[in-house]
Ligand binder design. Sequence first.
Ligand SMILES: [Zn+2]
Length: 305
Amino acid sequence: MKYGNPDQLAGWIRRIFVGEKLSMNLTRGIPRLWAGLGLVIAAGACATNPYTERGQLLLVSTDYEMQLGAQAYQEVLKDPKVRLSQDPKEVDPVRRVADRIIAAAKRSKYAETAQRFDWQVSVIKDDKTKNAFALPGGKVAVYTGIFPIAKNEAGLAAIMGHEVTHALARHGAERMSQGILAQAGLIGAAIGLQTQRAGSETSRAVMAAVGLGTQVGVLLPYSREHESEADYIGMLLAAQAGYDPQEAVHVWERMERAGGGQPPELLSTHPSHGTRIQQLEEWMPEALSLYAQASKAPQAPDLPR
Ligand SMILES: [Zn+2]
């Protein structure tokens, strides 16, 4: 899933920093923008990931992020091309795994966030799409095309743990925050050029370059750092939910083999195959010790394919 375009970002800036209207007079508007930005950062916009202790810049509130997540989810579900599966053979395993993953999240270091989410899980009937996602607020979707890669419920738990982590760790809000900063920089650049009264080719070229940087930054899929974090925390969540974390390694192996064509979320900007497996093996002892303490998920048949 992509989060919006520069137009939407401009909307976010409007709402977050200057209320209803961003003054069209940039020279007047910009001090308010920077004042707003300063306030937000001073108000503690920097969070620390409770698992990895990575510092995160979060300029967007959880409520606002959840609202965006719910909106985007509705848009996906009401797309006429999207057909929801009603087949219990497809829906039941997803439901079972989701229930356990969500319950584990509510006992995890993300307990507070997981309690606050308005969880929703859908199975999209599309055997060609090898993908799954979780949007801010706990809006989860699994495409039936991922079943051969997940293979079994432990594999599905590895995938769902990964996706749910993006939402719990607020990776989307982080990307939006980076976009807001980039957009603020863009406006700053405009001011600079305006004060120089340079409507020249040079200034236009500079603006184009800054704009391109903003777009690339915003429209990019999750960063490699986010992907590793989702792998790690997702693996721990799956183990706490009672699924053998060793299945994660097999999932990524199957994923790698199935790759090609349009990269699914799970393969986008991912660490290289070797690095991913190596990292999973490094985290395995911690995951296995959680799995040993967890109440195990009941045996279930392999997923339909
Ligand atoms: Zn991911």
